[in-house]
Design a protein around this ligand. Structure first.
Ligand SMILES: Cc1cc2nc3c(=O)[nH]c(=O)nc-3n(C[C@H](O)[C@H](O)[C@H](O)COP(=O)(O)OP(=O)(O)OC[C@H]3O[C@@H](n4cnc5c(N)ncnc54)[C@H](O)[C@@H]3O)c2cc1C
Length: 471
């Protein structure tokens, strides 16, 4: 069958595109690489999206105006953002939730311990898994055809126009228009290895854990780059968190996060500290620790806390390694005891404790220590002591396709008439580097819906041309 619109991918952006194209009257086929039980890409692991609002709105507290949202994006990206597309995303975030609800997504009030996001982010009831399930149900009800286990290998393009998609098995699938929404390339370990390269005789990417799906292999990012599409973003940039070293290689999700770094110290496998653990609030700093750990020998770090920290952070899913003495903890973690004790003794001696308050940038700091700990520095001296081994956990990559307000794929600066892109495959246009929690789902929802609408319009135009041509 020849479809009006084919959507490649099976996460949030793809589903938003498929639903919108179908609502506009197009016949739609969605092609998901994963089997049904693993459908939904990284979107199944999410919890919320960031929404602008000028006054309190259902689950969102206070106000989060456009300008503040824009300034937040400007800050985290260091200016690597397209203002037109960023503001389009921000404005759309004010009104997309009614559409989401119509397709079965429910929101809930934030629980405590959710990284201070109650004002800015709307949380999905049941998390991202419930969101993608709701969208799949809605898609089936509306008559979107869905095929699982169908990774697309290449596209057939003529002068930048989409003609057909080819599966890895060589099947040819034609449509009037196409939306690419196949995520980043973070699950492609050889590509990650090449992008991060060799450092001091080690290949850092060999130790990476992928927080989300194993199906985001970047096959189509690579194909489109070779096909001459205009690209955006740096392949070596990725959102990278330090996560429990015991997490599985793929799909560990959010429960592998360990959020106690700012309450203690972090050492490398030589037992040495390497960065200011109290530089800023954890929600603003958690995403730098993946890269910091990736730069350490063996790409491993150890978060060390004492009994005073327990109960002050979200407990990780796996218990930490515990000991009644710091020497015992060094042994249990396999760290060199003398070096570890030297670090901990120096740190404890350097702590200048004022009034500890983890909710503000308090006055507890170290003196005469390199690197300093600038806030929440309290000596680690109350047993039991706990340690967590941490590895770099990759959330997503930034390399993608350049686009415009119509979500069109570009070739040599020219927008394609029937090939569109959404979600992580183009997020680099808005988020050239850095991250602010919840913006990934906002970008996917905005550009998924734009891409779906434009693809339906392009398909309608093409089918009219064909009908006229046949008459
Ligand atoms: C643990 C974790 C927690 C996160 N939490 C949040 C959060 O709370 N809020 C937020 O905004 N963002 C969060 N993110 C980021 C968020 O997941 C992404 O920004 C967002 O899901 C991207 O949506 P997408 O549809 O572009 O990609 P994905 O949801 O990853 O979907 C990509 C889809 O493409 C399919 N695919 C890949 N290659 C092919 C191919 N060749 N052919 C066919 N199909 C293919 C995959 O199987 C998958 O279904 C989180 C990410 C992770 C990993």
């Amino acid at each position: 069958m020849h479809y009006d619109v084919v959507v490649i991918g099976g996460g949030n952006a793809a589903l938003c595109a498929a639903l919108t194209a179908r609502e506009a009257g197009a016949s739609v086929l969605l092609l998901e690489a994963a089997p049904r039980e693993w459908r939904g890409g990284n979107s199944q692991h999410t919890r919320n999206l960031r929404c602008m609002h000028d006054a309190p709105q259902d689950v969102l507290l206070e106000a989060y105006p456009e300008e503040e949202y824009w300034q937040d994006l400007l800050k985290v990206t260091g200016g690597k953002t397209n203002e037109e597309l960023a503001r389009l995303t921000i404005r759309d975030s004010a009104q997309c939730r009614d559409w989401m609800r119509r397709h079965g997504v429910h929101f809930q009030k934030p629980l405590s311990g959710t990284l201070h996001l109650a004002r800015t982010n709307a949380f999905f009831m049941g998390g991202g898994k419930a969101l993608v399930n709701a969208y799949y149900r809605s898609a089936a009800r509306l008559g979107v055809d869905i095929r699982y286990d169908t990774p697309i290998h290449t596209l057939e393009l003529i002068h930048g126009q989409f003609v057909a998609a080819h599966t890895a098995q060589g099947e040819r699938i034609t449509a009037h228009a196409c939306v690419l929404a196949a995520g980043g390339f973070e699950s492609n370990l050889p590509w990650m290895r090449e992008a991060w390269g060799e450092v001091n005789g080690e290949w850092p990417a060999d130790q990476f854990l992928i927080r989300g799906t194993r199906f985001n292999t970047g096959t189509l990012i690579d194909f489109m780059q070779r096909a001459g599409a205009d690209m955006i973003g740096d392949p070596s940039q990725s959102h990278c968190v330090a996560i429990d070293a015991r997490a599985p290689l793929y799909d560990g999700g959010i429960c592998t996060r360990v959020d106690c770094v700012s309450l203690g110290v972090m050492v490398n496998r030589h037992g040495e500290r390497f960065y200011d653990e109290g530089e800023d609030f954890w929600p603003k700093r958690y995403a730098i620790w993946g890269r910091l750990v990736a730069q350490q020998p063996g790409q491993i770090g150890y978060a060390i806390i004492d009994a005073k920290a327990i109960g002050r952070f979200m407990p990780p899913v796996f218990p930490g390694v515990k000991a009644d003495t710091l020497e015992g903890l060094a042994d249990a973690l396999g760290l060199p005891r003398d070096a570890f004790m030297h670090t901990l003794n120096n740190y404890n001696a350097a702590c200048r404790e004022g009034t500890f308050d983890h909710t503000v940038l308090d006055d507890c700091h170290t003196e005469g220590l390199t690197p300093a700990k600038t806030h929440w520095a309290r000596s680690i001296d109350v047993p039991p002591f706990t340690g967590y081994a941490l590895r770099p956990g990759i959330t997503f990559t930034y390399l993608g396709l350049k686009t415009n307000a119509d979500s069109a794929v570009h070739f040599a600066g020219q927008p394609s008439e029937n090939l569109f892109v959404a979600g992580e495959m183009m997020a680099g246009n808005v988020l050239g580097q850095g991250y602010t929690a919840g913006v990934g789902m906002t970008i996917g929802t905005t550009f998924g819906r734009i891409a779906g609408a434009r693809a339906a319009t392009a398909a309608a135009g093409q089918s009219q041309t064909h009908t006229r041509g046949a008459a």
